[in-house]
Design a protein around this ligand. Structure first.
Ligand SMILES: Nc1ncnc2c1ncn2[C@@H]1O[C@H](COP(=O)(O)OP(=O)(O)O)[C@@H](O)[C@H]1O
Ligand SMILES: CC(C)(COP(=O)(O)O)[C@@H](O)C(=O)NCCC(=O)O
Ligand SMILES: [K+]
Length: 245
């Protein structure tokens, strides 16, 4: 199988064998042209000859159409996942027409009907979603650390572009440190506050910036790199042979 995740910054793919083991995977910045990036990957995909392609995309109809055109040339059946707020494994109170399919699939990959869980996606946006025994209660969306920095640079006169690192939440004594530490604290502080409000929810983190954020959280965090892949696999597996759960 070939699994594709089109996020706002990167295209991720995983090739898996008959027993679900990953035989190849990668993450590449698509710079707003994922269809062109995919075109360059088709040789590689053809070599593995997957029998099906499952896709998560949060890039909108126009880009999805171009992605579909590119994939049609492969002559392999493919399908874009859509949110199902009444799925047997995970129900949701969120507006299903608006919920990002990547958020939903990450939750589907994590969901455990015996637990209370908080799924944190650290991508282009940071998303925090609460699940209570397989019911999605709702969540929060933040600009990620880089978007926050851009907003600050573009909205102020005395803060200029810099390439500082996000490595501490201690108070800064220079503009550069104050900016980076303040932004990181805004996300770390939000996660800690979520934990304070929902102490019985297990914290699960995924996405490109998960490790940068997780190291400052004062509670145990489960880092799950392939959460969305797990959700995609569960979605299609469940549809093939629905089980009564
Ligand atoms: N090689 C890389 N290229 C681009 N971004 C990367 C890379 N490695 C880690 N990242 C981080 O990943 C983040 C994007 O996370 P990702 O989960 O790919 O987001 P999205 O699903 O929105 O595309 C970026 O903010 C960046 O900090
Ligand atoms: C919140 C998101 C931007 C996160 O995208 P990502 O950071 O993974 O690229 C995406 O899930 C999205 O566009 N969602 C639609 C809005 C919503 O979930 O309510
Ligand atoms: K993502």
């Amino acid at each position: 199988m070939l699994w594709l995740d089109l996020g706002n910054t990167r295209l991720k793919y995983w090739l898996t064998d008959d027993i679900g083991q990953i035989v190849a995977h990668d993450a590449k910045q698509h710079l707003q042209s994922p269809a062109e990036l995919l075109m360059g990957l088709t040789d590689r995909f053809e070599r593995y000859a997957p029998d099906f392609i499952g896709i998560s995309s949060v890039l909108g109809a126009a880009i999805n159409t171009r992605v579909a055109e590119t994939l049609s040339r492969l002559d392999i059946p493919f399908e874009f996942v859509h949110v199902d707020a009444n799925h047997a494994l995970l129900s949701s109170r969120y507006d299903a027409n608006q919920l990002g399919v990547d958020r939903w699939l990450q939750m589907l990959g994590a969901v455990d009907k015996k637990k209370r869980q908080c799924v944190i996606g650290c991508g282009t946006a940071v998303t925090i979603d609460l699940i209570d025994h397989a019911e999605h209660l709702g969540g929060y969306i933040f600009p990620n650390i880089y978007l926050q920095r851009e907003a600050l640079f573009s909205g102020t006169k005395q803060i200029s572009i810099s390439n500082g690192t996000f490595d501490s939440i201690d108070q800064g004594i220079h503009t550069q440190d104050a900016v980076h530490r303040g932004i990181l604290l805004s996300i770390v502080g939000a996660v800690n506050e979520i934990h304070r409000r929902h102490p019985n929810f297990e914290l699960i983190m995924t996405g490109g910036d998960a490790s940068i954020i997780a190291q400052h959280i004062s509670r145990p965090v489960h880092l799950r790199d392939n959460l969305l892949l797990g959700g995609l696999a569960r979605y299609f597996e469940h549809r093939r042979q629905p089980v009564d759960e």
